[in-house]
Ligand binder design. Structure first.
Ligand code: SF4
Ligand code: SF4
Length: 364
């Protein structure tokens, strides 16, 4: 089969390297496609898709942003291509295989015509790391766990609103603090059989995980995405060894990108800090609600804890919010809280025993 990688960037290069090392089928990468580039990349031509006459050509989407991946999928469908895949971009826990398309890609055959590119859900609101600047405000949450049935009811309600959910993140807080994680993983895979499912974690609990939890992660094809904070960095070899020994797919988001942290909010109307959105598109579901980002979703908890009055408009009830394209449109709209989101750089640190307002919000 002839294959074109759509996305002539870093991910495209990595996909090509993997293809050249692992693939043993007769498939052949004939070039790249890209919305912005022409010429060649990694020694292969960048082909205008209008010139690709063979509609059986397979396209592998090699871009990181799930929203961009969805756009490329719609474009290819419109041009009459149906053999579409998305590169998974994770370190495969499986040691030997020979079919790149089957093992390293997600087939887009069942995506339909209205995709939710990305969504996340807490299975523990609190965390064992309590970073200053946490955009989910995990340090201020009580050490309680959510109702399993309630969380899954939210996922089912959300699923009904779209033809497909591309990326689903199980997170927190720290998701491995929830002893029911294997149950969540199994049930979520049942509800979302073809979605890219990942657990986003600081990784600290991985070396001490129960064998049954590790088994459920592997058998349900869930990727473990590790944010490598300072304490994680100190034990990263142990974490990697545990995942590899158990054949689990993983991604490490490296130390350097987490050394500096941001205080995400300002209380000032006339801030000196540049405006910045660090959670754009990180749609969040929680307790029967949906919001365009975690900072908005948890702002009521923030206001209640610190006696502030930051705006909470834009949080919708899953039971009566619109569906499909209309919901995507609502989720993309700027909300009043956006005016308070800034880039105020801080060193990575834990909150003290009692988190303070200044740990999350600047006043200038
Ligand atoms: S590890 Fe992540 S979830 Fe936990 S406090 Fe830090 S930023 Fe928040
Ligand atoms: S409130 Fe707006 S600017 Fe702030 S993180 Fe959410 S989407 Fe981004």
């Amino acid at each position: 089969m002839k294959i074109i990688f759509f996305g002539a960037g870093k991910l495209g290069r990595e996909a090509l390297e993997l293809f050249e090392t692992e693939n043993k089928t007769a498939d052949e990468v004939i070039g790249f496609a890209d919305n912005r580039k022409t010429g060649s990349y990694c020694g292969r031509p960048i082909l205008p898709i209008g010139d690709v006459a063979d509609k059986d050509t397979a396209f592998v989407i090699t871009v990181e942003d799930p929203y961009a991946a969805a756009e490329i999928y719609y474009l290819l469908k419109k041009r009459g291509f149906s053999n579409i895949y998305c590169f998974l971009n994770r370190r495969s826990g499986e040691k030997t295989y020979d079919d790149f398309l089957q093992k390293e890609c997600l087939s887009a055959a069942g995506w339909g015509d209205c995709i939710l590119p990305q969504v996340e859900m807490h299975i523990a609101d609190y965390c064992n790391l309590n970073c200053k600047g946490c955009t989910h405000f995990s340090p201020i949450f009580e050490k309680t766990l959510p109702d399993f049935k309630g969380r899954l009811a939210d996922v089912r309600r959300l699923k009904e609103k779209f033809s497909y959910i591309l990326h689903f993140s199980i997170l927190g807080g720290e998701p491995f603090l929830n002893q029911e994680i294997a149950r969540y993983v199994t049930k979520l895979r049942e509800i979302l059989p073809d979605t890219y499912l990942q657990i986003v974690t600081n990784g600290l609990l991985i070396p001490s995980l129960d064998g049954a939890v590790l088994d459920s992660i592997r058998t349900n094809r869930v990727v473990v995405s590790i944010s490598e904070y300072k304490p994680t960095h100190k034990m990263i070899d142990q974490i990697r060894d545990t995942l590899e020994a158990n054949g689990i797919d993983y991604i490490i988001r490296p130390f350097a990108s987490k050394e500096k942290f941001l205080r995400p909010l300002t209380l000032s109307e006339h801030t000196v800090h540049p405006h910045k959105c660090i959670s754009n598109g990180c749609v969040n579901i929680w307790e029967g609600k949906i919001a365009r980002c975690p900072t908005l979703m948890y702002i009521d908890k923030f206001n209640e804890t610190f006696g502030t009055n930051l705006p909470n408009q834009g949080i919708m009830e899953l039971a009566n919010c619109p569906s499909g394209a209309k919901l995507l449109e609502e989720l993309a709209k700027e909300v009043p809280l956006c005016g308070h989101c800034v880039a105020c750089e801080i060193e990575w640190e834990n909150c003290k025993a009692k988190p303070a307002l200044e740990d999350f919000a600047a006043n200038d």
